[in-house]
Design a protein around this ligand. Structure first.
Ligand SMILES: Cc1cc2nc3c(=O)[nH]c(=O)nc-3n(C[C@H](O)[C@H](O)[C@H](O)COP(=O)(O)OP(=O)(O)OC[C@H]3O[C@@H](n4cnc5c(N)ncnc54)[C@H](O)[C@@H]3O)c2cc1C
Ligand SMILES: *[C@@H]1O[C@H](CO)[C@@H](O)[C@H](O)[C@H]1NC(C)=O
Ligand SMILES: *[C@@H]1O[C@H](CO)[C@@H](O)[C@H](O)[C@H]1NC(C)=O
Ligand SMILES: *[C@@H]1O[C@H](CO)[C@@H](O)[C@H](O)[C@H]1NC(C)=O
Ligand SMILES: *[C@@H]1O[C@H](CO)[C@@H](O)[C@H](O)[C@H]1NC(C)=O
Ligand SMILES: *[C@@H]1O[C@H](CO)[C@@H](O)[C@H](O)[C@H]1NC(C)=O
Length: 509
């Protein structure tokens, strides 16, 4: 294998010298560099970028990953009392948008099929039980109305685009559609459509971008896959799709695990990446796939500092937090639908429940989980597990006033925002994030520093398939650079300007 590797290298050397020299030629320094391309991060974007380079005959790359395995946010956990343990997913769980007939396939579904990773259709909208703080409460009609309202808002967004009207927040969209929630039932149903499904509160979601994000994945007429969500229940973990895929092409010397990046130095002439233990790695190109949260938090030192257009783009997208809290009980005493919602007096307080002890998932498991998001996630990340458990149990006991709800036998949740390798769960497009920002988030700096990951996806930000397509596309463009001098990288705008500046700027008071 080493020989193939070398042959590929030599092949490119010959190719490069046969061409007229570009102004800053990298090829002269080849022998002194550790790799042609460093791929920082071994999540979906990083692994698919590596596969893309490999398929283009470029094997001189190195994946640098802080954790001890590939997969990134795809993380499972062995949960439950001895003898009754299950592999559950702390991160992504659904293949969102599958395939309609022989139409376009979500590439995540393609990987799941290829590696026989078990997944089941999860009826998120038609199989739900509704509760409030006094127990069972039927507001199914409100739930159904909230689905229609969201559909209408997505259609209205299309009208705004046609009429070239400015973007607004989803909060405004609900107001304009006379659909602003007026009681706790309408509020929890809206929460389910927006905060839970779109990741963040309505005032932090762009109306147009979230409509597109929805359409491009779920609406077949807009090139989407399907409106279905499949829950992964494979006991090897959902990450198997990416680990098994990597095993097919990745050589041991092409990946460096347990390697935490601290500094990325870049110039028109290449890059030097420094690890926590002071080891340095050099290359012609670096593809950074770290989560937006990591970039926003300043965990990586860039040398020189990133240009202001890049910093603005990074700081203008929002990193959301989505927390799944798992419980196991001796036996199932809850709803027999797949989903349930709970309307609390406080919006966002333990609102969305999913039964895993269900005939389609893990029957007999005694497993159920509840999801919280946004500020509520941050709030519970700061609390002790036992205090969170107590709050969750208070809610469950309110949902079931007529039975004696026992304490759970197991309890677990992951603190995604506190994790320095992620600092949140996935990105969200706020109304103040403009298309120019999106372009700048993906743009190359000094031809050598590239970015990819779920957050750089215009169509599928937040999703696994967003990370997949971004890794694929960035690597295709990097490959063009590796193969020849006709490489400009991805363009950026020096500043994102308002097409219609505020008139009072020029008005004297
Ligand atoms: C709780 C949760 C639920 C989700 N649910 C779904 C879902 O159901 N369906 C769906 O499609 N998507 C879902 N997502 C989103 C999905 O997980 C992401 O879109 C996708 O995994 C992102 O892949 P990535 O390659 O862009 O980034 P990552 O997976 O974050 O990969 C980046 C890698 O960089 C590494 N890294 C970070 N810092 C450093 C450093 N300093 N040095 C070295 N390595 C570093 C990280 O360890 C990581 O492996 C969910 C995410 C979360 C957290
Ligand atoms: C993830 O699942 C695999 C396969 O069941 C298991 O070996 C591994 O320990 C799990 N990871 C964690 C952190 O529990
Ligand atoms: C929910 O789905 C189950 C099968 O998974 C079915 O038996 C049940 O009738 C459905 N309930 C509702 C309310 O649709
Ligand atoms: C609980 O029991 C009371 C009295 O029997 C009954 O009125 C009420 O509907 C029950 N509540 C639920 C949620 O089952
Ligand atoms: C989303 O899809 C709907 C239905 O196909 C369409 O009417 C609407 O214009 C689309 N929205 C956007 C923002 O493109
Ligand atoms: C530093 O970490 C890298 C990558 O994990 C490893 O290859 C190298 O041997 C380490 N160097 C030292 C000095 O520990």
């Amino acid at each position: 294998m080493r020989q193939v590797h070398l042959a590929v290298l030599l092949g490119f050397a010959a190719f490069a010298t046969a061409l007229p020299s570009p102004s800053t030629t990298h090829y002269n320094h080849r022998s002194t560099k550790d790799a042609k391309v460093l791929i920082l991060g071994g999540g979906v974007a990083g692994v698919i970028a590596a596969r893309t380079l490999h398929r283009k005959g470029i094997d001189d790359f190195l994946i640098v990953e802080a954790r001890d395995e590939l997969g990134g946010r795809m993380q499972n956990y062995t949960f439950g009392v001895p003898g009754k343990q299950y592999t559950i997913e702390l991160g992504p769980n659904w293949i969102q948008g599958t395939q309609t007939g022989s139409g376009p396939t979500n590439p995540i579904l393609t990987l799941a099929r290829k590696h026989h990773v078990k997944n089941e259709y999860n009826d998120l909208y038609g199989n739900i039980t509704t509760y409030d703080y006094n127990g069972l409460k039927d507001y199914q009609n409100i739930f159904d109305t909230s689905i229609d309202q969201f559909t209408q808002i997505v259609v209205d967004a299309g009208e705004r685009v046609k009429l070239q009207q400015v973007d607004l927040g989803l909060q405004s969209a609900y107001g304009i559609a006379s659909a602003t929630p007026k009681n706790i039932y309408e509020a929890v149903c809206q929460y389910y459509q927006i905060d839970w499904e779109c990741k963040f509160a309505p005032d932090q979601n762009s109306w147009i971008a979230s409509a597109w994000n929805n359409n491009f994945t779920f609406d077949v007429d807009m090139g989407g896959f399907s409106d279905e969500n499949n829950l992964c229940i494979d006991q090897r973990g959902f990450k198997t799709i990416i680990q098994a895929e990597a095993a097919e092409f990745l050589q041991p010397e092409q990946v460096s695990l347990n390697s935490v990046v601290t500094t990325i130095a870049y110039s028109g002439d290449g890059v030097t990446v420094t690890l926590e233990n002071s080891t340095t790695l050099t290359a012609d190109y670096v593809l950074c796939t770290f989560s937006l949260g990591v970039l926003q938090h300043g965990d990586i030192a860039f040398k020189p500092d990133l240009p202001s257009w890049k910093t603005e783009a990074i700081q203008s997208m929002v990193m959301a937090t989505y927390t799944k809290i798992f419980l196991q009980f001796e036996e199932n005493f809850w709803f027999d639908t797949e989903m349930a919602i709970y309307a609390d007096k406080e919006r966002g307080r333990y609102p969305v429940w999913q039964s895993l002890d269900h005939v389609k998932f893990f029957p007999g498991s005694g497993l159920v989980f509840v999801t919280v998001t946004g500020d509520f996630s941050l709030r519970i990340e700061g609390m002790e597990d036992s205090d969170v458990q107590e709050e969750v149990m208070e809610v469950l006991r309110a949902m079931y006033p007529n039975i004696t709800v026992p304490d759970p036998v197991a309890f677990h949740f992951k603190r995604w925002n506190a994790d320095p390798l992620f600092r949140g769960s996935y990105s969200n497009w706020p109304p103040s994030f403009l298309p120019g920002h999106a372009e700048n988030l993906r743009a190359t700096v000094d031809k050598s520093l590239w970015f990819a990951g779920e957050a750089t996806s215009l169509k599928y930000y937040g999703f696994l398939h967003g990370a997949y397509f971004e890794g694929l596309n960035a690597a295709k463009e990097i490959a063009k650079c590796v193969e020849g001098p006709a490489c400009t990288g991805r363009e950026h705008l020096n500043s994102v300007v308002d097409a219609s500046p505020y008139p009072f700027v020029s008005i004297t008071p």
